[in-house]
Design a protein around this ligand. Sequence first.
Ligand code: ARG
Length: 465
Amino acid sequence: MSQDDQSIKPWAGRFTEATDSFVEGFTASIGFDHRLYRHDINGSIAHANMLAQVGVLTDAEYQAIATTLEEIRGEIEAGQFNWSVALEDVHMNIEAALTDRIGLTGKKLHTGRSRNDQVATDIRLYLREEIGLIGKEVTRLQQGLLALAEREAETIMPGFTHLQTAQPVTFGHHILAWVEMLSRDYDRLADCRKRLNQCPLGAAALAGTTYPIDRTLTAKLLGFDRPTANSLDSVSDRDFAIEFSAAASLIMMHLSRISEELILWTSIQFDFVDLPDRFCTGSSIMPQKKNPDVPELVRGKSGRITGHLVSLLTLMKSQPLAYNKDNQEDKEPLFDTVDTLKDCLRAYADMVPTIVAKTGNMREAARKGFSTATDLADYLVRKGVAFRDAHEIVGKAVNHGIQTGKDLAEMSLTELQGFSNAISKDVFDVLTLEGSIAARNHIGGTAPEQIKQAIHSVRQAIADR
Ligand code: ARG
């Protein structure tokens, strides 16, 4: 990046001294906004096209502008473009390069436009594209989870509340809970895309422009649903970026929860799943260690994304209409949110198909901890005992189990009948893990039959995306 002479500033006419050299660097955004170049060029070509169609530019002028901008795009992509700090941002750098090459015609591109509506357009185009890519990664992750859920539809594990063994569930059911979180995440992204897909071009600096522009045409050329409705709002609004950032924070919050479970489950204390070596790292000192670094890092990165959300909200808070330079600060948090989120989703989508369930250990854990106690209470209710009484009876049986080191299913019929004479030998059907699971056979329940149904419905919903 070069620091060039001051005469290239578009506002040189009004100024009598050069920009302070520190201020020049301080106010510049080219160090990070150059990545918007593709969207900036697309926006400029659409704007010039519209200007030609309404007669503000000639067709030849539009052709010269479009061809030269494509040339510039090629040079940027080939790494041959010289970005200048003196030209502050991506918009002025590209416009200056255009004018260098085609002179007077290049100077006409900015007719009826401002960097304010230009940057608002660029970010929307950028985010629209990224949301598409992120949505695809969410779907890929969900597909991996669905395959895992299908494989483990009948695998029994303990379900937890308060991280204490509660009731048996299937591992497939647990995985499908993650899939549901991600379905809502996908919908939030789609919703955000819908709201941001409006074109600010034509708002110009803040009040609109005196040229006979056709904003609907520009919007259409750029694939927007319509032009934005209010020029002041168009150049100042960044709530689409905040909304995206909130959706990203929720995805990361969900990934952090999944991470936490994988971290617990790969520990020797749980030993429910195994992750392959290629997703783990070792310790430089303890030879036995295999650390779940990918889930841990994703859990950690969720903090960073939430931080960006707070930055963007705080950046926008109390800003008067319309555009303020504060808004230049939207880009770094936004870009980092997109990059980090994409990396985390990619790591997860790659890792999930490699998760190995240690089904024997899961089953053993479900067998312990009186996980079928509620089933025994429900059994008593079916035999005519009131639920509160049944609860107390089972509580006593559990207490007896704790004293004697036996699970409910390990007690003899006479032992169980000591707690209630409503108990007969069919009680053992409900005390087994399979019986407990199979009995919860309704929409959203943990019975393997329901898991298969649920997998089918999510697959159908995904196919419609
Ligand atoms: N680099 C600026 C930004 O990111 C572009 C808009 C500048 N507009 C202005 N009036 N100074 O927000």
